[in-house]
Design a protein around this ligand. Sequence first.
Ligand SMILES: [Zn+2]
Length: 463
Amino acid sequence: MKKAVILGLLLGWLSWTGCWAEEAPAPAASNGAKNVIWIIGDGMGPGAMGMFMQGVRLTDLPQYPDKQSTLEKFVNASVTGMYFNNTYDTIVTDSACSATQMATGELSCPEYVGMNYEKKAVANLLEKAIQEGKAVGVVTDSYVADATPASFLAHTDSRRQKYEIARQLVDSGAQLILGGGQKYFTQKENKKLLKTARKKGWTVVENAQELANVKKGRVLGLFAEEAMPFYGDMAQYPQTPTLKEMTQKAVELLSQNENGFVLIVEAGKIDWALHDSEAGPSMWEMINLDETLAYAWNFARASADTLVYLNADHETGVPVFHYRHLDEARIKHKSARGEMLYDGDTDYVNYPYYQKVFNHKHLLYYVYPEFKKLPKEEQTAEKLQQMADEAFGGHIDLELNGQVPDYAGLIAKTNEALGLAWATGNHSSGMLLGVAYGPGAEDFAGVYHNTDLKAKFEKALAW
Ligand SMILES: [Zn+2]
């Protein structure tokens, strides 16, 4: 016992004095992270993250035989911080301003792209990375001229100037831009933009095969007219690369650069599904993000000099299950289906509801217009229930009682049937979570503001 204590003290002294160099853990690389993979879940607030992680735990999903999402494992292995995203003069932000503030470190205003609140173009993290000799890329499953990707590469005072943004993307110093949005490169004043892009050294690709064939150089991938398909619908688009596939290719190409790379990856349609108050499709977008995160995190674990940061630009929708007291008609309706209620009238929402949410892959946003295209006499409540059930991947009793609701009513009926409440159909001011893994991760702990991010990355990269 005594010998062990003395040995322990000796070992402690040796390592403290630096005499134990051979056995001491390797010091953190003094020159910082070489690569950054920054994954932004657009609209992904703690509500959506929590619903996804808990849903994976409580549901039998073939993707998750151990009932644990990569997100949960990643959070457990990483450093988590919380941050605000208020703008120069507003509490709530949009995607353009948020991405601008994250990229430039300066306060901006809603709808500005790469400009501060004084409408001055500000150099951002990616432009600095290019100066430092790093390869730079942006990947999104939205369209590349959309607010988030644009704010990392372009500078305008309105996110609506999508054709101008497309021209700036072509002129940017990025090596790789992948996503949807062909129309902004081929229509109106940009009819010749792809020709210009090729002259500037861009290889332009339009499908998964063409992307796979690119082995080096600059690549502009435009895989859809506008946004790329929702993840739950991807089976219908075998020629379209997934977010994970685009990210994989981006890392393969950018990591050829000796000085490393900075890659921004946006999972853009979490936000879109949350705006529509459709929990199931938003959870499928979370699966999309989770698979992309798994790839990025594996790369970081294998390379040891890559910082992976996962965060959101803002929160959208704020979905939660909530308990409610049911009226007599609904108590009868529920208990007739064998659903457990507490205290006679309280529905605390039982576990199988998560399975119903995850079974719902396809958006009612697309189903409802199809229903309205049917001949008038076929537009019955029964038919709507049947079409909705196809999107739900099973039966969810909407209790239509022979009435055909409008689209908003259909969404409300669906959420009522699932025990879900939403704070808003828009963005919230809610605090966000940022999760960092790799060299420099410790600086992403604590409470901060999204304008602090640029400096944190610069420190992690030892600039
Ligand atoms: Zn957004």
